[in-house]
Design a protein around this ligand. Structure first.
Ligand code: NIG
Ligand code: FE
Length: 416
């Protein structure tokens, strides 16, 4: 027996990439992922071998199960304060998001709630949601600021994101969504001056790996997108961006010209921009929760895949457009709305999501030497989308430790 070791035996399916060392999966590589039966062993928190080790300290009977990499949610707005159920009520009766936003709802409403909430309340709510995400298989997630809407507010939001990362089982990343809505009293340009001025303090936190901006008629324009890209490049941070969500602004070519790591939403992407983003080193992050709940347009996922895009799916977890925290649910939506195959959907929440966060070197796929972040599904991988709305997660492991085990699945784990 060896302490700290873990072994899976008799899995019906293990999701493996077509080759080791691939940074992401695009083009024909996606369907070349294998879902073959097998086992796996873990030592020291890392995947050690692609066969079981009967001498492991913890042995998992994975019969009839699929073993997949820990799911990675690369686009969330955690941590935030409170909820906006009243807006959903308006939205389902046909009031557009822009109208809700212009009448004091939307991002401004969550900014007020955040400003009024004590740190402990914000962290308590977010930690509860992170536990729900663990039970749905999420082992890594991104946090964003964006509800601060002032220099002090954004710095506090980023500090809260870092504190959340310390408090939860998952590992997290922090993105400075420093241009989410134009704060009262500023022009868009004037706020970008403020963003530039606060950047040294943002970097000083030591936790922020990306900057983000929302380009929309109610938020910022391509001009500020370009400037945010230049600021990110100068600071050595990745650029993420919320673009083409409600209307077409031709933001994608601008994002590509400043080296964006990802373009997110894309429900309204211009057809001429699909080819270039399909060839670029830039992920296309689709958010079907926001599209479905907001009756938004549908991102052209199939055309993006055919153009060779690095396709990613995420929850967009936030109190407004997508109060959704389950990646299995997002897979179910994406498979139905976009016509994705099981392998396309799985790549989009594992290796491609890891690449979006710059974490593909140590997670996102089942390879010897990568961190043993794993999800045991109680059914074949094809069932995740098919049995829509059901949580298929039997157990979640982070760095080889079981961090969630569903009660009716506990019999699978034997300690020695
Ligand atoms: O990704 N589009 C901008 N930001 C969020 C929504 C934020 C909110 O409504 O609170 C999004 O959908
Ligand atoms: Fe978002």
């Amino acid at each position: 027996m060896s302490a700290g070791s873990l072994s899976f035996a008799r899995a019906a399916q293990i999701l493996r990439p077509p080759a080791d060392g691939l940074p992401n999966l695009r083009g024909p590589l996606v369907e070349q992922q294998s879902l073959a039966p097998g086992g796996l062993s873990v030592h020291g928190g890392l995947i050690a071998a692609l066969h079981p080790d009967p001498d492991s300290g913890l042995v998992v009977d994975a019969s009839d199960c699929a073993l997949v990499p820990g799911l990675i949610d690369c686009h969330t707005h955690l941590p935030f304060a409170g909820w906006r159920a009243n807006e959903y009520d308006q939205k389902v009766r046909g009031v557009p998001y822009e109208e809700i936003s212009r009448s004091g709802g939307g991002i401004a409403a969550s900014a007020r709630a955040l400003a009024q909430a004590p740190d402990e309340a914000v962290l308590g709510q977010a930690a509860g949601l992170a536990r729900e995400m663990l039970a749905a298989g999420t082992t890594t997630f991104e946090c964003k600021s964006g509800y601060g809407l002032s220099r002090a507010g954004e710095l506090r939001a980023l500090a809260l994101a870092a504190a959340l990362g310390e408090a939860v089982d998952q590992s997290t990343t922090s993105t400075g969504l420093l241009a989410h809505s134009v704060p009262e009293g500023y022009t868009a340009d004037g706020w970008m001056d403020e963003v530039e001025a606060m950047l040294p303090e943002v970097l000083g936190l030591g936790s922020v790996s990306a900057l983000d901006i929302f380009v929309e008629s109610i938020a910022f324009s391509n001009r500020e997108l370009r400037r945010m890209g230049e600021l990110a490049a100068g600071a050595g941070l990745a650029l993420r961006c919320h673009v083409e969500q409600f209307a077409t602004h031709r933001s994608v070519p601008v994002a590509l010209s400043v080296g964006a790591r990802s373009v997110d939403h894309l429900a309204q992407i211009h057809p001429d921009d699909i080819g270039p983003v399909g060839e670029a080193q830039c992920a296309t992050v689709l958010l079907p929760g926001a599209e479905f709940l907001g009756a938004e347009s549908r991102a052209p996922a199939r055309a993006l895949l055919e153009a060779g895009a690095i396709l990613v799916l995420a929850t967009d977890a936030n109190p407004g457009t997508s109060p959704v925290f389950s990646l299995p649910l997002v897979i179910g939506l994406a498979v139905r709305l976009y016509g994705l195959s099981p392998r396309e959907a799985l790549a989009a929440v594992t290796l491609n999501a890891a690449w979006t966060l710059g974490l593909e070197h140590d997670r996102g796929s089942i390879e010897v030497g990568k961190r043993a972040d794993l999800v045991l599904l109680d059914a074949p991988a094809e069932h995740v989308a098919y049995r829509f709305g059901r949580n298929p997660v039997a157990a979640t492991f982070i760095a080889g430790e079981p961090v969630f085990v569903r009660d009716d699945q506990a019999w699978r784990l034997t300690r020695r």
